[in-house]
Design a protein around this ligand. Structure first.
Ligand SMILES: Nc1nc2c(c(=O)[nH]1)N[C@H]1C(S)=C(S)[C@@H](COP(=O)(O)O)O[C@H]1N2
Ligand SMILES: [Mo]
Length: 249
């Protein structure tokens, strides 16, 4: 089993285990306890296997002619404009929060990590989709290097852009953070990420809908809870329009 898979199983078992213990505590300890334990274990295992399943991947000739830009397609700050103008030479991605070894990575640092390339389908709630090739390091590798602490339960993605005056952000739990296909993409179809698609870095979280894939990424933050961030719902669209925090597909 890969390190990612092993971690996800442990994380999921811990998350599901809390509920199971209280259920055991409430039930009469009796001969059916073991049957229940087995039922629970089977259900938990099925649920987790579901969360870890890979999103479909496609062949190069199945790619869409273009990936339209959606939501923010540009970032209107002087910092971003000048970073774009000099090819993001000084762009830094921070890995902060509940970690023992905070990181500040350049694009060259990110390119020097092991890379994953995947051709996947992006699905937007607005009713369009696009198949494209994305390349970048796995988020799990960064979190391991930053030595994420046991108290961390969620990963928050900070972005450079604002929509309607609010800074865009998103968050996922550790099962999605450590999913094999969760990468920090710096390339789209073999080219550096275009501005409209989130240059220089954007998340790919392939088992969730488009709005979870934070573009214009500036920082990755490990937190115990996202209650005190933004309006507390875990993301820009969740806060503004009540979109689901878990947007699994
Ligand atoms: N920072 C940031 N990330 C974002 C958005 C945004 O407006 N700002 N829009 C989201 C939505 S709704 C979708 S569908 C995808 C669109 O990605 P694309 O522009 O590459 O098609 O980015 C998501 N991530
Ligand atoms: Mo979207």
């Amino acid at each position: 089993m890969s390190e990612f898979a092993r971690r996800s199983v442990l994380l999921g078992a811990a998350a599901l285990g809390a509920g199971a213990c209280s259920r055991f505590a409430e039930s009469d300890a009796g001969s059916d306890l073991f049957d229940r334990a087995e039922d629970w274990h089977r259900a938990a295992h099925r649920a987790l296997a579901g969360r870890q399943r890979l999103a479909p991947e496609y062949a190069p000739d199945q790619r869409s002619p273009d990936v339209r830009g959606n939501g923010s397609v540009t970032v209107d700050t002087p910092e971003y404009r000048s970073a774009l103008a000099d090819g993001f030479a000084d762009w830094r991605l921070a890995v902060t929060g509940l970690v023992d070894n905070p990181l500040s990575l350049s694009l060259a640092d990110l390119r020097a990590l092991p890379q994953r390339t995947q051709i996947t389908r992006h699905d937007c709630v607005e009713g369009w989709s696009a198949i494209a090739e994305w390349k970048g390091p796995q988020l799990g590798v960064l979190l391991d290097r930053a030595r994420i602490r046991p108290e961390a339960g969620f990963i928050v993605f900070r972005c450079a852009d604002s929509l309607y005056g609010e800074r865009y952000y998103e968050s996922v739990d550790l099962v999605d953070a450590y999913h094999e296909q969760t990468i920090i993409a710096h390339e789209l179809n073999g080219e550096p990420l275009p501005e409209k698609n989130g240059a220089p870095l954007r998340m790919r979280i392939e088992r969730q809908l488009g709005y979870k894939h934070a573009k214009y990424l500036t920082a990755i933050e490990a937190v115990a809870s996202f209650e005190d961030i933004g309006k507390g719902k875990g993301g820009f669209w969740e806060d503004q329009y009540g979109y689901q925090w878990y947007a699994g597909i």
